[in-house]
Write a protein that binds this ligand. Sequence first.
Ligand code: KIV
Ligand code: ZN
Length: 531
Amino acid sequence: MTTKTGHQGDTGPEQIVPSEADRVLIFDTTLRDGEQCPGATMTFEEKLEVADCLDQMGVDIIEAGFPIASEGDFEAVSAIARRVKRASVAGLARAGEKDIDRAGEAVKHAVKPRIHTFISTSPVHMKFKLQKEPEEVLELVTRQCQRARNWVDDVEWSAEDATRTEHDYLCRCVEAAIKAGATTINIPDTVGYTVPEEYFALITMLRERVPNSDKAIFSTHCHNDLGMAVANSLAGVKAGARQIECTINGIGERAGNAALEEIVMAMKTRQDVLPYASGIDTTLLARASRLVSAVTNFPVQYNKAIVGRNAFAHESGIHQDGMLKHTQTYEIMTPESVGVGKTSLVMGKHSGRNAFRSKLKELGYELGDNQFEDAFNRFKALADRKKHVYDEDIEALVDEGIAHMHDRTKVVALTVIAGTMGPQAATLTLDIEGKQHTVQATGNGPVDATFNAIKELMPHNGRLALYQVHAVTEGTDAQAEVSVRLDEDGRAVTGRGADTDTLVASARAYVAAVNKLMVKRQKTTAAQSAI
Ligand code: KIV
Ligand code: ZN
C-alpha cells in the first residue's frame, strides 16, 4: 500500500510515500530496558530530559520505567506521565496484581497512558524462572491483561522469551491476551537468539493462526546478542508488525536492543524495499544520541551506524576524491538528515550570549535559563584556555553540564603534583551538598592520587573497572573526555567528565560515577533482577 511519486530522494530514483497502513509505531524503551543495563543508571532529572527529547523527536510510545522496581522508578514514570504531551507513556509490570496496580498509578495522569505487562512463555523460563506449569501461566495471561484493562484502555502484553516458545502454546497465550483486552501484542526476542527469516515466520504464523490477531497491533522487541536486533525488527515489520521497540544508541540488557536511529534511517533510506514510515524527526537523532550518551555515560562507538563520529567521515583518498566529485558516490544519506552538522570553527572568547544561544540552537539544544547561564560561563572559561572552540567542544561542554547538573557532589578545585619524582600527590576540594571539603592524598601516579583523594571524601567499595580517555577534538589543547566505570556489589555505574585538563576531567568522571553509585544504592534491585 504505497504510492510512488516523481520526487527525487537522497539517493534513490523515486520517493515512495507509505500509506497509513504502513505507518510503524516507534516504542522507545531507553528509559526502561536501556536504563536497566549495567552502568546506565539515570537520575530523575536526566530521565525527564530524555523523555522531553523523545517526545520532541516524535516517538509514539515512551516506556518510562518499571514502577514497582523502586520508589525512584515510580516517581520518574509518574512525573514523565504528567509532563509528556504528545506520546503515549507506558509503565512496565509483571503479571502480579501489585505490579500492575503500581504501573496503573504511575501512568494514570498521562494524556495517553499505557500499561505494558509481561510474562515468560518459553519452557525454560516457565520451568526454572517462574516455576509454574504452562496452564497456570496461561491463566495469569488472562488475569494480568484484565487487571491492566481496569486501569487503562491501552494495554500491551509481552510473551517474554517468545522466540524460544513452543508455537501452539504461544498462539494460545496471544489469543487469551487479546481476548482479555490487550491491544498490542509484543513478541520479544529476549535473549537475542532469532534470525530475520525465523522472526518473519514467527510473526506471520501468529497473525495467520491466532483467530483474533486482527484485533491487536503486533510489536517487535529484539535484543542484539547476535548483532541482528535491527534486521530482526525490520523482518518483523515485513511480516506485519506495526510497532518496533527500540532504544537510542541501542542501549539495553547485555548487548542491547535494536537501535532506534538505525531502524528509522533504514526505513527512510530504503523506501524501495522497506516502504514503511515512522513519525520521527530524523534531524534530532544525533542530538538524542548525544544526550543519552551524556546522561548514561555510555560512549557511542566511533563506527556506530548513523550516530558514530565516523559515520559520515571519509578518510581514504579514493573516497575523498569520490565525495568531492559527487557526494552520492559514498554517502547513502546526508549528515544533515540525522542532525549532524559539518565540523566548524565556532566562536572564541569575544563571542557573546546571542551568538552562543544561536549556536546551541543550531546544535539542537534547548536549555532553560539556569542551564544556559551555566553553559555560557563554562564556554567563556573554555574559550579563555583554548584557541579554537569547535562544535564538538560545545557539545561536550553542554552535555557535561546536563550530566552533572544534579550531582550531590561536585569538583571545586584540584592541584596535582606529577612527574618522575614520586610519590605523586593530589590536593582536592569537593562541594558535598553545599559544604566544601579539602583533602590531600598520594598515589601511584597522578590519576591514582586524584582517585585516592576522592575516595577519602566519598568512601565506597567500588572497583575501578574502566578508565578511558579520548580527545574531543584535535590539538594538544583539546578537551579530554574521560569515562570511569565502577562496580560495587554487582552494581555497575559509569561517570564521564570533560575538561582541557585530563586530570580535572578524570576527577569529574570519578565523582560522577560515585554520585551514580549513591543513586543506584537507593534502588531496590530485587524487582529488576526478575526481568
Ligand atoms: O526483553 C524482554 O523480553 C523484555 C520484556 C520485558 C518486554 O524486555
Ligand atoms: Zn528487553
